[in-house]
Design a binder for this molecule. Structure first.
Ligand SMILES: Cc1cc2nc3c(=O)[nH]c(=O)nc-3n(C[C@H](O)[C@H](O)[C@H](O)COP(=O)(O)OP(=O)(O)OC[C@H]3O[C@@H](n4cnc5c(N)ncnc54)[C@H](O)[C@@H]3O)c2cc1C
Length: 114
């Protein structure tokens, strides 16, 4: 069952989840839906507004950089993990990205050419 335009107000229950209350955005009516569990979807908008005038970002706000060598539009600034455009949003992918970026950082510090 999909409820669109539902503004969730409260998770209700005594010693376990028994329901959620929500307000129907279209009608303003308050309803309670009986459920046995709740999964909170926190969203995935990258926190990169402060980088808008600094680095190249894609339309979704992710930093444009290669997987390897992870370099952004600004020399010596690397991007890895979910924030990097094209990175798969999973822990294993973020780890691989981070490891590649760390290796590139070591090389840059050692004076390796790009
Ligand atoms: C609800 C949910 C469930 C998921 N389940 C799975 C799963 O089952 N398996 C799986 O593989 N992946 C899962 N993922 C994806 C996984 O969590 C991410 O791919 C992974 O955490 C990305 O790691 P990251 O280090 O790139 O980013 P993050 O883990 O998001 O870490 C980024 C860090 O940077 C901090 N930060 C943000 N802005 C700033 C700033 N301006 N200054 C300083 N610090 C800042 C944040 O607070 C955060 O600590 C899930 C994601 C979500 C949201």
């Amino acid at each position: 069952m999909v409820r669109c335009g539902a503004d969730v107000g409260e998770i209700v229950g005594s010693d376990r989840v028994e329901g959620v209350t929500f307000t129907n955005a279209a009608t303003g009516a308050r309803e309670t839906l009986e459920v046995e569990g709740v999964v909170v979807r926190v969203g995935s908008r990258p926190n990169t507004e402060f980088l808008e005038d600094v680095l190249d970002l894609d339309a979704s706000g992710r930093v444009v950089a290669g997987a390897e060598p992870a370099e952004t539009s600004v020399p010596f600034v690397l991007a890895a993990g979910d924030v990097r455009a094209g990175s798969r949003p999973a822990v294993a992918a973020a780890l691989a990205d981070g490891e590649a970026a760390a290796r590139r950082a070591m090389a840059l510090l050692a004076g390796a050419p790009g």
